[in-house]
Design a protein. Structure first.
Length: 498
């Protein structure tokens, strides 16, 4: 589905400034939307919004359909009477430019539990009705997720495949015993989802009214330790004795890693998915489209063929490509949900078959300027090689270094290639040079990471692929998005017809 010429900013909500240690869906999110509107942007791209597990990666969540409760705004809970003013005084001193996930979670969770108890005691009949309707409408995934998280908390975070066998295998009588044992914990998890999606829906409505559409992100795979795999083991490649992944997802050696990337997620059993008419995937897309305007499919390549690594391997080097049934899946989704506003993340080892699948459904692919230099005029990421306007150009993605960090650390031959193309770096900095190249290109859409607007170096990088910890923590500080940045971005956006 081609998009009109436009541009936008890539920023995950955890990166907003906040006095509570982690970005949330409160006033700073609205200020950011105002910044987008005032600088003539049309899109806000986010990372997956799910509840994160070990490593805090939004690409390894406890659910493919639930929301991250840590994004709930405490200030909004105060406005709604679910917290008191004194609850939000004498705050811990959090880092201004990073998320200290452990401390932020330890601070926010007791307050979220207090808000839940106040909701039980004070909710009006209208609020109770809205809560019950939400639970009914989302029961396909919410019931399993709430029970999963309640059990997980009771068992000190143990992965589901290590639970007692009858519980891991979801014997109905055992599930019912746990439901009776943990009614309060289950209610709490449902309340968190109700409140998250209430706040998110209001924020999305605010963005849409200001002319901003939200680009969400679907990771093609889900975490092994998730409600999805526990509730639907029949569609995943699992060792039936241990519950561990028998086939693990990843990619072969590439730009980011000489040994490839071994993600550890279980791969799908595509034949079984097809027999269900891809029901789980349809519900996943349906859920996503209720809360975003456009969907970016992360690792779209896996819909055509996927890299399968056998259980026991410690790197992704010894995998093999296996055909998937993405075409059949996308046809079913199109039939059931209509023509989808999708962006295909088509980076890495891309074959003509992947290109054909993307083009059949008219999905725009991605062009990354950080990959454009050092290999000659035939490089497909150089803007004059964008033969198809139906694409999205980025300076870099959440997996890349910032543009300043990239330029400072790039090999000399790539630097010479970049300077030959860009000319001498101007006084406004290499980041604005590359932003200008992106906005002036023929690509229908241009997306700029906010770190590049701010001209930040490697310290502001969001993620280093294959690095197990220390990622996803960057935040910008209060007042960083200045009127000067807003006006320069607006000028460029209008100059290049976006």
């Amino acid at each position: 589905m081609p998009f009109p010429r436009s541009s936008g900013i890539l920023l995950h909500p955890t990166s907003f400034p906040s006095r509570f240690g982690i970005g949330d869906l409160g006033i700073e999110a609205r200020k950011f939307i105002d910044f987008l509107a005032e600088s003539r942007q049309k899109f806000w791209q986010i990372l997956p919004l799910g509840p994160t597990g070990y490593g805090n990666s939004p690409y390894m969540c406890y659910s493919a359909m639930a929301g991250n409760a840590m994004l709930i705004s405490l200030d909004r809970l105060l406005e709604d009477g679910l917290l008191a003013f004194e609850d939000l005084t004498d705050l811990p001193e959090f880092p201004a430019d990073r998320v200290d996930f452990e401390r932020a979670i330890a601070f926010k969770m007791p307050l979220l539990k207090k808000a839940c108890e106040n909701f039980k005691d004070k909710a009006t009949s209208k609020q109770q009705e809205a809560f019950q309707k939400f639970c009914y409408d989302k029961s396909y995934w919410l019931d399993d997720y709430a029970l999963f998280m309640a059990i997980k908390e009771t068992l000190n975070g143990a992965s589901w495949h290590t639970w007692e066998p009858d519980l891991a295998k979801r014997k109905p009588a055992v599930l019912e015993q746990w439901r009776r044992r943990l009614p309060g914990e289950i209610f709490f998890r449902k309340f968190l989802q109700f409140e998250f999606f209430r706040q998110w829906s209001e924020l999305k409505s605010y963005a849409n009214k200001r002319g901003i559409q939200i680009i969400g992100d679907i990771p093609i795979y889900v975490a092994h330790d998730s409600a999805d795999v526990w509730a639907h083991p029949e569609i995943f490649c699992l060792d039936m004795k241990t519950g561990e992944p028998a086939g693990m997802a990843g990619v072969p050696p590439d730009y980011f890693s000489p040994t490839g990337q071994l993600w550890g997620n279980p791969v799908y059993l595509w034949n079984r998915l097809e027999k269900t008419d891809f029901h789980w995937w349809v519900e996943r897309f349906r859920s996503m489209l209720a809360y975003v305007d456009v969907i970016r499919i992360d690792h779209f390549r896996g819909f055509e063929s996927f890299w399968n690594v056998r259980q026991g391997e410690t790197t992704a080097m010894n995998g093999k490509w296996i055909k998937a049934k993405g075409e059949q899946l996308l046809e079913v989704i199109k039939q059931k949900l209509g023509k989808l506003p999708i962006i295909a993340e088509d980076l890495g080892v891309i074959t003509p078959e992947v290109d054909a699948l993307r083009d059949k459904f008219e999905f725009p692919g991605m062009k990354i300027l950080h990959f454009a230099f050092g290999s000659g005029a035939g490089n497909p990421y150089l803007p004059f090689n964008f033969y198809n306007r139906n694409c999205v150009v980025y300076t870099g993605t959440h997996d890349n270094d910032t543009t300043v960090g990239w330029f400072n650390q790039m090999p000399e031959h790539e630097r010479l290639g970049a300077l030959a193309y860009l000319g001498p770096v101007r006084s406004w900095g290499i980041h604005w040079d590359l932003i200008q190249v992106a906005l002036s290109s023929v690509a229908n859409q241009a997306i700029i990471p906010v770190q590049d607007l701010l001209g930040l170096d490697t310290q502001a990088r969001m993620n280093v692929p294959s690095k197990p910890s220390g990622n996803w923590a960057w935040r910008y500080e209060f007042g960083a998005l200045t009127p000067e940045i807003r006006d320069r971005l607006k000028m460029m956006t209008e100059t290049f017809g976006r």
